[in-house]
Structures are given as structure tokens and as C-alpha cells.
Ligand binder design. Structure first.
Ligand SMILES: [Fe+2]
Length: 261
């Protein structure tokens, strides 16, 4: 390993470290964009991915401009931030909470880069590399802008939505309560349908569209006085009434009970 004994060599180490950090982010940002739920957040990650590719190019050009090979040095700091962020993101519930975790992880990486670019820019200025200092300053400003954009998305949308998310346990009990309510409502509806069917069987239907099992109208329309329609002949009346006698009797009782309430 080369000995770092001058500010110049330390500056070059910084550039190579930043180059590797940016390359790691080029591989990571598409994953963050895919994992984001909010379209605005996904778009912000994709936009910063394009900027980050430009940051890689700038660093390579800076090294080449100094007569060096554009090689990078493993940035274990960025590697750790990415691994740590990934663990938190995967543990987070999909939706606003995960988006909040994505923003938190991305901002840690941004701040790490901002510190690195600020240092490298200052070294470049001190060492008389004005053009490189200017480029590093531009990148630093883009990192700051990306960080501010994430803060804006977090404060305006993601964090309030994440704060409103109920805990997973509460969600389960909410689902149970909803199922219970739906069950009781369905039961009540079934009871009403049963009572209505009973009235039909007793000749008390009041809807012109109701039909028998054969598809014919169950009975003629109710008269103006509200009396139930009857089959046209005595034979039909008997054949219609005989199999329904028990149901009609029950329905009649039910009507009576309803009226007395
Ligand atoms: Fe960057």
C-alpha cells in the first residue's frame, strides 16, 4: 500500500474513495427506486441515479486530468451504509414506513458523500487544482440538492403518512373487527331476505318483478287496496296453496308478530 504522507496523496485517496462510493450508489439507487411506493420518491431516486453517473464521470476525469489512472479504492464506509440501510429497509413494512426507511438510508449516504466532497473540494483548492475544486463543488451542491429534495418528500408526504400507519397488530384486530361487522351485517341481510321470501310464499309480495321458480310471475300485481293477488282458478289456487301451506302459515305468523311490534 502506498504511503499517504502528503496532502496531495491524501487528496488522491479521497478522490478514489469517492469514485468507489459513487459506483456503489449507481448499483444501489435503482434498487431503492424499485422498492419505493411513492412515485415521487421513486422518481427522485431515478433522477439522482442520472446525477450519480455524472459524478462518476467527473471523478474519473479529475484523476485522468492529474495524469493518473481512473481507479477506485474500496469505500468501506459507503458499503457499510448501504448494508445497514438495506437491513432496515427490508425489515420495514411495505408502503409509507418503508419509504421513510428508504429516505433515511439514502440521506445517510448523501451526508457521507457531502462530507467527502467538502473535504476533497477544500484539499483541491489548497493544492491549487482550481478546475477540479470547481467540479467537486458542483457535485457537492448536487448532493445537497438531492438531500434537500428527500427532506421535502419526507416532510410533505412520506413521514406524515408513515406516522398515520397503524401498527401491524392493530391492523389484524381491525381486520377481525371488520370481518365480525361484515358477518353480522350479512346475517341481518339474510334474515331480511328470509322474511321477504316468507311473505312471497304467503302471497304477500309487492314487487311486480318477482318470479316463481318456473320463471313466471309469482302473482298478479297487488290491487289498489293492497290486497294480495290470487290465482285465477280454484284448482290453481289449491295447487299453488297446498305445497306452500306450511310456509304461508309461518309467514303469516311472522307478519303478525312484525305488526305487533
Ligand atoms: Fe453522488
Amino acid at each position: 500500500m502506498a504511503k499517504v504522507d502528503t496532502l496531495q496523496s491524501l487528496f488522491l485517496e479521497e478522490l478514489r474513495d469517492l469514485l468507489d462510493a459513487e459506483k456503489q450508489l449507481v448499483r444501489t439507487l435503482p434498487k431503492l427506486a424499485r422498492m419505493a411506493t411513492a412515485p415521487t420518491l421513486a422518481a427522485a431516486f431515478r433522477e439522482h441515479l442520472e446525477q450519480t453517473r455524472g459524478h462518476v464521470t467527473r471523478l474519473e476525469q479529475a484523476l485522468e486530468g492529474l495524469g493518473l489512472r481512473a481507479s477506485s479504492k474500496k469505500c468501506v464506509g459507503m458499503q457499510g451504509l448501504i448494508e445497514d440501510g438495506q437491513e432496515t429497509i427490508e425489515e420495514a413494512e411495505d408502503g409509507p414506513v418503508r419509504d421513510a426507511a428508504l429516505i433515511g438510508a439514502a440521506q445517510r449516504a448523501e451526508h457521507y458523500e457531502m462530507a467527502g466532497y467538502g473535504t476533497a473540494r477544500t484539499f483541491a483548492t489548497l493544492l491549487g487544482h482550481a478546475a477540479i475544486a470547481s467540479v467537486l463543488e458542483s457535485t457537492l451542491n448536487e448532493e445537497k440538492a438531492a438531500d434537500a429534495k428527500l427532506t421535502g418528500i419526507a416532510e410533505a408526504m412520506v413521514n406524515p403518512e408513515a406516522a398515520a400507519e397503524p401498527p401491524h397488530g392493530d391492523r389484524s384486530s381491525f381486520a377481525a373487527r371488520t370481518a365480525e361487522w361484515l358477518g353480522s351485517t350479512a346475517g341481518a341481510a339474510a334474515g331480511q331476505i328470509g322474511r321477504f321470501a316468507g311473505r312471497l310464499a304467503g302471497g304477500g309480495q309487492k314487487t311486480a318483478s318477482s318470479t316463481t321458480r318456473t320463471g313466471r310471475p309469482a302473482a298478479r300485481k297487488t290491487s289498489a287496496t293492497g290486497s294480495a293477488a290470487r290465482p285465477r282458478t280454484a284448482a290453481k289456487r289449491r295447487s299453488a296453496q297446498a305445497p306452500r301451506a306450511a310456509a304461508a302459515k309461518t309467514a303469516g305468523r311472522a307478519r303478525k308478530n312484525t305488526r305487533s311490534r
